[in-house]
Design a protein around this ligand. Structure first.
Ligand SMILES: *Cc1c(COP(=O)(O)O)cnc(C)c1O
Length: 369
């Protein structure tokens, strides 16, 4: 039996990619904002229906440099139920993350708990659209305006998502996307920021290119986070097929839902009414008292069958070894509860329905042993 990983990267036909990169052998222009970079940027602005896109080498640098470009100071309110990148980007900017609990139904920041965490040092909110589930945008926007805070969305999971028919990159001051190989849409490695303020665009452009502002002028202390031409070419190819890939993911997602929704003790991800989803992940939350087996049992049973589910997100970022003794995961009890019980099941465009059924059968066999 073949191994099934939690995800499998979408790729164009070999010939399509070769055709896309062929001109690079003529121009010998491999990076530094060349033709492919320009085309990819323009295509993304159209597809995402946003004002501006700046491309970066990965999603992490999109987050890290966005925080720097906005000149954040002091404390940043965020959640611990996320990938390492979100919290690390805050800490690597010399900022203090203040962890807000999550809503146990959709795993995004519980907006009702944000205000109590605001102090005179708070400069921003960094919410995460976890698994492509959309945060409580209206409430976050309201709080940000009231206290004059910046909002940077970690939108790494939600490429292609729309909220109330508006592209998800239009919300907050900045939305940061990841085009990593494991994401719904990839450019091998890659990232992007969507934003409205052109001053922010200039600031992040400089930060991704050593602070250079002219041939003989360096007036900022930048990093190097430019997207190269090969990654942009991969992005251009994959963008042609993204809608089809999401349709295929939908079939997988719906099969999982149909198979698992009536099993006692399993909680399935729910999709908000106002959202056009991207079916990026299929998380289940296992209540061991009702189901009869716990998350780790199910993980092991799948692993024995060469099926790679993931404990995503476990541990919480506020319990990472690198932050030992600094934060307290007990202050975010919903996040702690979910992270100990969540399992994300394999999902990708070409996962067969037969494999979905097999995975669900194995899970059902774990019940009440
Ligand atoms: C993948 C991911 C990132 C980082 O993106 P990279 O492109 O891998 O650097 C940030 N936040 C979340 C929630 C992610 O899943």
């Amino acid at each position: 039996m073949n191994n099934i990983n939690v995800t499998r990267s979408s790729m164009p036909d070999f010939e399509e990619y070769i055709k896309e990169i062929k001109p690079l052998w003529e121009s010998h222009w491999l990076t530094n904002m060349g033709e492919k970079h320009k085309q990819f940027q323009a295509e993304l602005i159209k597809y995402m229906e946003v004002n501006n896109v700046e491309l970066l080498i990965n999603g992490h640098m999109a987050l890290e440099l966005s925080m720097q470009a906005l000149g954040l100071t002091g404390e940043v309110i965020t959640t611990p139920f996320t990938f390492a990148s979100t919290t690390h980007a805050i800490v690597r900017n010399g900022l203090t993350p203040v962890f807000c609990d999550i809503d146990p139904d959709d795993f995004t920041i519980d907006a009702d708990k944000i205000e109590a965490l605001i102090t005179e040092k708070t400069s921003a909110i960094v919410p995460v659209h976890v698994y492509g589930n959309v945060c409580n945008i209206e409430e976050i926007d309201h709080i940000a305006k009231k206290y004059n805070l910046r909002v940077i969305y970690d939108a790494a999971h939600c490429f292609g998502v729309k909220y109330k028919n508006i592209g998800i990159g239009n919300f907050g001051d900045v939305s940061c996307f990841s085009f990593h190989a494991t994401k719904v849409f990839n450019s091998i490695e890659g990232g992007a920021v969507c934003f409205k303020n052109p001053d922010f665009g200039q600031a992040i452009y400089k930060l991704k290119n050593f602070g250079i502002s002219g041939p003989e002028k360096v007036d900022g202390i930048g990093a190097n986070a430019k997207m190269n031409e090969f990654c942009a070419a991969m992005g251009l190819c994959n963008l042609r097929h993204i809608d089809g890939e999401i349709v295929k993911r939908k079939a997988v997602y719906e099969r999982y839902t149909a198979n698992l929704k009536n099993i006692d003790g399993l909680h399935i991800n729910f999709v908000n009414d106002n959202t056009k989803p991207n079916y990026s992940y299929f998380p289940i939350v296992i209540d061991e008292k009702v189901f009869g087996a716990d998350r780790n049992d199910v993980f092991e049973k799948l692993r024995e069958a060469n099926i790679g589910a993931r404990k995503y997100f476990y541990p919480l970022t506020n319990n990472f070894d690198c932050f030992h003794g600094i934060f307290d995961e007990k202050l975010t009890p919903n996040a702690l509860y979910i992270s100990e019980r969540v399992l994300t099941l394999p999902i990708y465009a070409d996962l067969s329905i037969a494999d979905v059924d097999r995975i669900c059968w194995i899970i059902s066999q774990c019940e009440k042993r």
